[in-house]
Design a protein around this ligand. Structure first.
Ligand code: C2E
Ligand code: MG
Ligand code: MG
Ligand code: MG
Length: 280
């Protein structure tokens, strides 16, 4: 239908809009049941340390297997979950599951969990994280919590207090999607993040845009000066990886190193000991 143009295009556009609304309505309804039906699972994407050429951790990414629609993307359903307040029970499930699964990994790899700004609205997040750590036995330093600047954008005093409480637990706090927001730089003054994750839109410009390269270089330098681990997302080519290595970046994540996958814990030592050359 997307290919259809010409006289009927306005009509088709309206039809597409309606289809979109119907899709959102259906997703909204089904998402409420997804948790109890056991339709959610986590996939894990490796993070490669460029210093040691070793996978030191994995990011947990949420997947929803819908009975009719197949796998629904988190980009599609997380905003709806946030709107409906469902992100709190779903987010708790993600934390609990990621900690449980990571505690069973043979190598002491870290696990990174994405946390929505909506999960910061109450005071209960630190308690929830402490509970997930206790129940799983995962050591706090192995858990990373990834937040975006939206957490600092609203009600920043309350959210800052929660961030400090989380940090006190011994977990690491990561600023995700760096560079895509409105004022990423100013947030670095507000909180001592342990890691900065540069958004993949910059990485895809390596070798194609001198200005993007200058921004990545400067960002890496700044991150190191602020004692943050510098991680670049969306690394898809060896050229990008080598450029980032040459410019002092500490970590890379992307399809080149590994796609998000349902890694059974027993296969992690293979990945963990793989060199770049082997894993590509
Ligand atoms: P994110 O946290 O920035 O995660 C990185 C996204 O980039 C993931 O998309 C990952 O699959 C994708 N990616 C990784 N390497 C590459 C690459 O080399 N090329 C390209 N083109 N893409 C790459 P995914 O899994 O679809 O997740 C999208 C977003 O949804 C995440 O962005 C995160 O913001 C959100 N999300 C995922 N899981 C959760 C969750 O459990 N809770 C919350 N609150 N948000 C989540
Ligand atoms: Mg993330
Ligand atoms: Mg990101
Ligand atoms: Mg993102």
């Amino acid at each position: 239908r997307a290919k259809a143009v010409g006289g009927g295009s306005v009509c088709l556009f309206e039809e597409a809009m309606l289809e979109r609304i119907r899709f959102r309505q259906a997703i909204k309804h089904d998402l409420g049941l997804a948790l109890e039906r056991g339709e959610l699972h986590l996939v894990y994407q490796p993070l490669l340390d460029l210093g040691s050429n070793r996978v030191s951790g994995f990011e947990a990414l949420l997947r929803w297997d819908h009975e009719d629609r197949g796998t629904v993307s988190p980009a599609e359903f997380i905003p709806i979950a946030e709107e409906k307040g469902l992100i709190v029970p779903i987010g708790n499930w993600v934390l609990e599951t990621a900690c449980q699964e990571a505690a069973g990994w043979p190598e002491a790899s870290s696990v990174a969990v994405n946390v929505s700004a909506v999960q910061f609205r109450s005071d209960s997040l630190p308690l929830m994280v402490a509970g997930a750590l206790n129940r799983s036995g995962l050591l706090p330093h192995r858990l990373e919590l990834e937040i975006t600047e939206s957490v600092l954008l609203h009600d920043s005093e309350h959210n800052m207090a929660i961030l400090h409480a989380l940090k006190k637990l011994g977990v690491r706090i990561v600023l995700d999607d760096f560079g895509t927001g409105f004022s990423s730089l100013s947030y670095l003054r507000l909180f001592p993040f342990d890691k900065l994750k540069l958004d993949r839109c910059f990485v895809s410009d390596i070798g194609r845009s001198v200005s993007s390269e200058a921004i990545i270089r400067a960002t890496g330098e700044m991150g190191r000066a602020l004692s943050m681990v510098t991680t670049a997302e969306g690394v898809e080519t060896m050229e990008q990886l080598e450029w980032l290595r040459a410019n002092g970046w500490a970590q890379v994540q992307g399809y080149l190193v590994g796609r998000p996958s349902k890694v059974p814990s027993t296969s992690i030592p293979d990945i963990g000991t793989a060199t770049v050359a082997e894993s590509v």
